[in-house]
Design a protein around this ligand. Sequence first.
Ligand code: ADP
Ligand code: ADP
Length: 235
Amino acid sequence: MSLLNVTDLNVSYTTSSGTVQAVHGINLTVERGQTTAIVGESGSGKSTSALAIIGLLPDNASVSAAAITLTDQPVTPVMRGKRVGLIPQDPTNSLNPTKTIGESVAEGLRIHDHADVKSKVLRLLEKVGIDQPEIRYKQYPHELSGGMNQRVLIAAALALEPDLLIADEPTSALDVTVQKVILDLLDQMREELGIGILLITHDLAVAGDRAHRIVVMQQGAVVEEGLAAHVLANP
Ligand code: ADP
Ligand code: ADP
């Protein structure tokens, strides 16, 4: 049984100029403890597919699917907040600028329990490689680099103890030197915690380095899907 199973997902957007079918009947799976990458050019439907899974599509989207399940259970709105975490593209615009780092990470923990929030936040900050957590805890996003803010967002997502992380171009807003560090951190968390990762990227090389399975999208459809080595061998 796969961790995530998506069967026959369709998404269309309605705008003033008409309806666009952005995703056409795609299928994909993520196995527990593994990474599946969705690769494709800009506009091929990667983000739309990811947002449909986590239930965060804009109001003008219309979704249908034969199945979106986590360990064979339909993904419900409640599960989306707890069992599926999202790592967004641009860390600087994704953290609340009026909240401290500690407050942002603690938001996830409050859903589970109230006791011992501070020590858990500090442990999470340490886990994602943030130096001097006791000091960072009280700082605001603008006081940290983009890479550090992305670590904070990963800590906030992990606070929910999700089974699946969806990372939508998680390094596209970061310096090249920091990109590898963040992808390494996601790999490390996946191995330590046994979570699955759905990695959205336009970069086939990144997918080849990081993913067990690769799904190639073109104009809203899956044109190739399989084990990474197999997909890379058939360009
Ligand atoms: P990406 O390619 O990184 O997924 P886009 O630049 O395509 O991002 O989209 C940025 C934002 O604009 C998203 O919120 C997306 O939903 C929205 N968007 C993209 N295409 C359209 C469109 N044709 N009409 C309205 N909104 C769009
Ligand atoms: P990708 O993530 O691969 O760049 P997207 O999923 O962002 O692709 O976009 C797929 C298609 O859906 C594109 O044609 C895009 O313009 C369109 N689209 C995305 N978001 C919206 C939106 N909010 N409204 C209308 N069209 C959109």
